[in-house]
Design a protein around this ligand. Structure first.
Ligand code: FMN
Ligand code: SF4
Ligand code: SF4
Length: 268
């Protein structure tokens, strides 16, 4: 099987998942790379155009060892009939636990056939200059690994006469996906330092769940916020912060205990 077009389907609030997928697509060597970015709330109402995809690479960030909850209903709008696919999760150097197998199961349920999977590392959403958590990743080495993965996928597909010849890939993780109690985080959110805010509106325009409204000050719906940190990392005035004792305790624990560099893992 040979493909000229690859579609990238991703949810990526802070952009690391999108970077990895584009690296894989580059290594794959497609003539055309189509981007289906499901990060913004507009992706809640996709209108599939009915055309059939040839080959799709899915990517999501790992949240609490699972596929980001916000991404799931957005992905569920896609349907396929034995379309070859690759599943990729990106995590902040702690662990990806059951996220990769969960993404594989989900895409399979939608009619895709995963022929390869990968777990890559991206700067942790909660990383700051003072709290190192895979800061700056994916770096050059990660992008080289992503490109190599892309060329291996191309080579594997070339060996197949049809998708029916593809065997089911074995991925790490449990199918009784881990279910952490996140009730302590339910009403936590990013907030604004009003004295530094210029009311530019950037945070509201990039929030994946539409949790931010700009009025005379910036208002945040703390129940809706998923703590993705997109607003924090993209506020040029440095006016958005996640500064909560419980969140800080968890983030500091991760930072302290998961400093050893993890490397990308591929399953093909
Ligand atoms: C709520 C939340 C939970 C997270 N849970 C994990 C986790 O379980 N393991 C991990 O290594 N990283 C975890 N991360 C970090 C992200 O997986 C990582 O930063 C990823 O690169 C973000 O992808 P993005 O840049 O595409 O948004 C979490 C981040 C958030 C916001
Ligand atoms: S991006 Fe920063 S400066 Fe702009 S409105 Fe949001 S908090 Fe204020
Ligand atoms: S308000 Fe919450 S959900 Fe929205 S961008 Fe900021 S951290 Fe992410």
């Amino acid at each position: 099987m040979n493909f000229n077009t690859v579609k990238l389907v991703y949810f990526s609030p802070t952009g690391t998942t999108a970077k990895i997928l584009n690296g894989i697509a580059e290594g794959f060597g497609a003539n055309e790379i189509e981007q289906m970015d499901l990060t913004l709330p507009t992706a809640d109402n996709l209108k599939p155009d009915g055309s059939k995809d040839e080959f799709v690479i899915f990517g999501v960030p790992v949240y609490e060892g699972r596929v980001s909850r916000t991404a799931i209903p957005r992905l569920r709008q896609l349907k396929a009939d034995k379309t070859p696919a690759v599943v990729v999760v990106v995590y902040g150097n702690r662990d990806f636990e059951d996220a990769l197998i969960e993404l594989s199961d989900l895409t399979r349920e939608l009619g895709f056939l995963p022929v390869a999977g990968g777990a890559f590392i991206g700067e942790h959403s909660f990383a700051t200059a003072n709290r190192q958590m895979a800061n700056g990743r994916p770096d050059g080495q990660d992008i080289i690994a992503a490109k190599k993965f892309g060329s291996k996928i191309r080579a594997k597909l070339r060996t197949l006469g049809s998708i029916d010849e593809a065997s089911i890939i074995t991925l790490p993780g449990n199918t009784t996906y881990i279910d952490r109690d996140r009730s302590a985080l339910a009403d936590k959110s990013a907030s604004t330092l009003d004295k530094d805010c210029t009311l530019c509106g950037e945070c509201a325009s990039i929030c994946p769940v539409g949790a931010i409204i700009i009025e005379d000050t910036v208002k945040t719906d703390s129940q809706a916020c998923i703590l993705c940190n997109a607003c924090v990392k993209n506020c040029s005035a440095g006016a958005r912060v996640v500064d909560d004792p419980i969140v800080n305790k968890i983030a500091n624990w991760v930072s302290k205990n998961f400093q050893a560099r993890r490397e990308p893992e591929i399953f093909i």
